[in-house]
Design a protein around this ligand. Structure first.
Ligand SMILES: [Zn+2]
Length: 408
């Protein structure tokens, strides 16, 4: 017994010594996750100097579902040194099924200042479901690393401060998140415009694409001395919920709100005001719109994934042929007037409980989930960037204009 205890202690000491030696020889000083939108993680320098980064899953309430896939952290290390990072814990559970949150296609982004980002390739290790890539530490001694170009609450606040007070803008506080962050709807255009569009971004914190799209759209619609933009706002106004899951964004989470609710699920019933006040606030706002005769003519729920398709709502029980026809018209306008090439999901695709399905079945609103491919923009033959997504927002203005003109 005493011998066994000695052996365990001895082994423990050897492991500690190995960790100590790996760390002592490594150019790495620290991985900083203290800032806004940084992702929770654990890290360790392995014997071969690789820095293993274990992402932390966020979990869904009353469900086996869990998600990790967002990463955003700052590496502090010797300037000029090279570090190999090994990202771990992509074994997600999605809709009750095992699903790896990375693939051969997965890219990452790096930045020397935390503001301007460039994409990098990653090596997908299939057997272990991990991602590996090597980075060079810039002269400043710090390198920011992220899954996608981050869009933080501070980025949103900067935009809102710039447009507040504009004659075509109304910013309405509709409620607050679990952690009491304000939730807003931004209206661009006249309340009495012939057509109304609703757009929600950032139900899932790891997916910033929709935020960049709505920023591009807002800036385009508010361009002064731009005849085209003025015409758009004669035709339609846009109601934007720019950041649904603010708590998740602040805390660098991947998918759920802080009480384990997926804000793009359970829309087939009224939202629980305690567990997901983010959705309850939105539904209160929508109810007021409907009660005052201002039903949105179209609703877009913006997301990122690795396919980038337009998800037509196809609730099991009912056929919505006229809706499907209108959404195919929207799809063809997207294909001709923007860089979108991925097209609509095929008729067998189901994803029940999304805002798209819930709003169609419960309120008769033409609603779709719009995914943006997180790794590749086929129409531009380019990797995504904040600029490309903002361009998409500009192009969407033209799509909506044509969509409603054809409806008349
Ligand atoms: Zn999503």
């Amino acid at each position: 017994m005493r011998h066994l205890a000695f052996l365990i202690l001895h082994t423990f000491a050897v492991v500690l010594l190995m960790v100590h030696h790996a760390m002592a020889a490594s150019p790495l000083h620290f991985i900083d996750t203290s800032f806004e939108n940084a992702s929770p993680l654990d890290w360790q320098v392995l014997a071969d100097q690789t820095v293993r980064i274990d992402l932390i899953y966020d979990h869904e309430r009353d469900s086996p579902n869990r998600a990790a896939g967002h990463w955003h952290f700052r590496v502090d290390a010797e300037p000029g040194s090279q570090l190999t990072l090994l990202l771990n814990h992509f074994s997600n559970v999605w809709n009750g099924r095992s699903a790896l949150a990375c693939s051969d296609a997965t890219i990452g982004f790096i930045s020397a200042d935390g503001m301007t980002w460039e994409s990098i390739e990653t090596e997908f290790i299939k057997d272990s479901g991990q991602l590996r890539f090597t980075v060079t530490i810039p002269p400043g001694g710090s390198l920011w690393v992220a899954r996608l170009p981050p869009y933080r609450i501070s980025d949103l606040n900067r935009l809102l401060d710039q447009i507040r007070g504009h004659s075509q803008v109304e910013i309405t506080r509709i409620g607050e998140t679990v952690q009491r962050r304000p939730l807003e709807i931004v209206r661009i255009g006249r309340d009495d415009a012939p057509y109304r569009v609703f757009i929600r971004a950032r139900a899932h914190p790891w997916e910033p694409g929709g935020n960049w799209v709505v920023e591009g759209m807002i800036r385009h619609l508010l361009k002064t001395h731009d005849e085209q933009s003025a015409t758009y706002l004669d035709q339609y106004c846009v109601y934007i919920m720019p950041m649904a899951n603010k708590d998740g964004v602040a805390m660098g989470r991947t998918r759920f709100n802080v009480l384990g609710k997926d804000l793009n699920r359970d829309w087939n019933a009224p939202p629980d005001a305690t567990l997901c006040p983010e959705n309850a606030a939105l539904e209160r706002w929508l109810t007021k719109m409907l009660d005052s005769g201002r039903r949105p003519h179209l609703a877009l729920e913006m997301h990122n994934d690795e396919s980038g398709k337009l998800h037509l709502s196809r609730p099991d029980a009912t056929q919505f042929e006229a809706y499907i026809a209108r959404m195919h018209r929207l799809e063809s306008l997207l294909l001709t007037k923007t860089w979108f090439r991925e097209g609509a999901t095929d008729p067998s695709f189901r994803n029940s409980g999304t805002l798209g399905e819930g709003w169609l079945t419960r309120f008769g609103i033409d609603a779709v989930v719009h995914e943006l491919n997180a790794n590749w923009i086929e129409g531009l033959q380019s990797r995504p960037s904040a600029e490309h997504w903002m361009t998409y927002g500009e192009q969407l203005c033209d799509v909506l204009d044509a969509y409603f003109k054809a409806a008349e």
